[in-house]
Design a protein around this ligand. Structure first.
Ligand SMILES: [Zn+2]
Length: 192
């Protein structure tokens, strides 16, 4: 019999605090979704150049048991992360929005030893050690950190052309705030 049909399905609360202790050893499967603000992920917030309205990550998760020939069914965790944060563009040194859209699949194992023995060449899924108080929030933050571009950059053509660390100077010699790339694009179109 398919184990998933007999197991209770638990709905995870969308609250960040509820993600800090998830019992992955209980005979039940989970599903849930929510939004994590930058303040919920302090290590990520430290990487951000600024925090703008709407920055943060939508998350979606589900677990289920998958039959595994010759052994106990394996517990699978699927994670979808979608969102945005701001990093320093390595080209013009201004803030740039970095959008991420990531999908991860994990297999929950019983011990560190089992995780260490897990074949590295399995690119479909990675092992995570299950526990009765698994910190899923930390896992989500880890995955976002691992997905950040090594060299964040604006898309080509969207960098501040004359920006310096001191800001932009207009015709009157007054310092302006760096302009929104979309306005720059609009002006470029107007002048051409
Ligand atoms: Zn740039």
């Amino acid at each position: 019999m398919n184990r998933n049909q007999v197991l209770p399905q638990v709905h995870l609360s969308a609250e960040a605090i509820a993600l800090k202790k998830v019992d992955f050893c209980a005979p039940q499967s989970y599903q849930g979704a929510g939004f994590l603000a930058m303040t919920d992920m302090p290590r990520l917030a430290q990487e951000a150049s600024s925090v703008n309205l709407g920055d943060g990550f939508d998350w979606q998760m589900e677990t289920y048991f998958e039959d595994s020939p010759g052994s106990e069914p394996r517990q699978i965790l699927n994670l979808v992360l979608k969102g945005r944060l701001h990093l320093v563009c390595q080209c013009c040194l201004q803030d740039c929005a970095v959008n991420l859209d990531e999908k991860r699949r994990f297999v929950l194992v019983a011990s560190e030893a089992e995780a260490d023995a897990y074949p590295l060449e399995d690119e479909e899924q990675e092992p995570l050690v299950a526990s009765q108080h698994f910190n899923l929030l930390e896992t989500i933050e880890d995955e976002v950190l691992l997905s950040l571009p090594l060299i964040p950059k604006h898309p080509e053509g969207f960098c501040e052309p004359h920006a310096t660390v001191f800001g932009l100077e207009n015709e009157d010699g007054v310092l302006d705030e760096p302009e929104n790339p979309f306005n720059i694009l609009k002006n470029m179109k107007k002048n051409s």
